[in-house]
Write a protein that binds this ligand. Structure first.
Ligand SMILES: Nc1ncnc2c1ncn2[C@@H]1O[C@H](COP(=O)(O)OP(=O)(O)OP(=O)(O)O)[C@@H](O)[C@H]1O
Ligand SMILES: [Mg+2]
Length: 239
């Protein structure tokens, strides 16, 4: 069953069609990869699904409800959470407070108090510092971890990840991949935008490829990764 569908989703900025009639379906319990060259429309697509930007055309169906243009708060209550390509935390807050806000705010709780939920989320992502650490002292990689903990604390059914692996050293990728598998195995569906090919091939059940706003391929990961049109979109015309 699809937990999320986009139908002909379109977002324009003046004359630029950033997302052009993109339709896709994401199966519940899967990891779905959204890839494509810089400027392909991946982040704008996520923004439109997550309520950060309003699509100009097309529909978004999340958990059998038409959520097109719904604000992020409502989507969060329905079980949709996301991380940002560039995390923008409140620098004056501590790690635990950052996550606690989301724990208070998320989808209906199953009886776990927010503080416990927040602590669990920090543990789940192996946050490497004490919970009272100020956010201002964290590096980019740690901020991304914290952003993931924040997204998890709202108890999502669907998690949208925008370039979580960017900036990681090769040696750090395995740990992140393990965390994402653990999230998937806990019943959370993941849509991930990623440039790190190894991570995409290792994790994603299916891939959709965007180029200049249009979907140019969609299918099982191995098939899509071998598609000549996809290879060309990444590497340019072969000489
Ligand atoms: N707020 C905006 N106003 C105008 N144009 C925008 C806006 N946001 C994105 N764009 C444009 O829309 C297109 C798609 O951008 P998007 O950020 O979705 O690309 P992307 O696939 O996420 O790329 P990257 O891999 O570099 O993150 C780009 O041409 C970008 O310049
Ligand atoms: Mg992007």
């Amino acid at each position: 069953m699809a937990i999320l569908q986009s139908r002909q989703l379109t977002k324009r900025f003046g004359g630029l069609v950033a997302v052009n009639r993109v339709s896709l379906a994401v199966e519940e319990g899967s990891i779905f990869g959204l890839v494509g060259p810089n400027g392909a429309g991946k982040s704008v697509f996520l923004n439109c699904v997550a309520g950060a930007q309003r699509p100009d055309d097309g529909r978004v169906i999340f958990r059998d409800q038409d959520t097109t243009g719904s604000p992020a708060e409502r989507l969060c209550h329905l079980g949709l959470s996301r991380t940002f390509q560039i995390p923008q935390p409140f620098p004056r807050m501590t790690a635990i407070d950052t996550v606690l806000v989301a724990a208070h705010f998320g989808s209906p709780t199953d009886g776990v108090p927010p503080l416990e939920q927040a602590r669990r989320s920090l543990r789940f992502v192996d946050f490497p510092h004490p919970e009272g650490t100020p956010v201002s002292g964290l590096n980019t990689v740690e901020l991304k971890r914290l952003d993931l903990a924040r997204a998890l604390a709202s108890r999502p059914k669907l998690l949208l990840l925008d370039e979580l692996a960017a900036g990681l050293m090769t040696g750090q990728l395995g740990a992140l991949e393990d965390i994402l598998r653990k999230i998937r195995d806990s019943g959370v569906t993941i849509i991930m935008v990623e440039h790190v090919i190894r991570t995409i091939l290792g994790l994603c059940d299916r891939l959709a490829v965007l180029r200049q706003g249009e979907k140019i391929a969609d299918g099982p990961t191995r098939e899509v990764a071998g598609d000549p049109a996809v290879i060309e979109a990444y590497l340019g015309q072969r000489r």
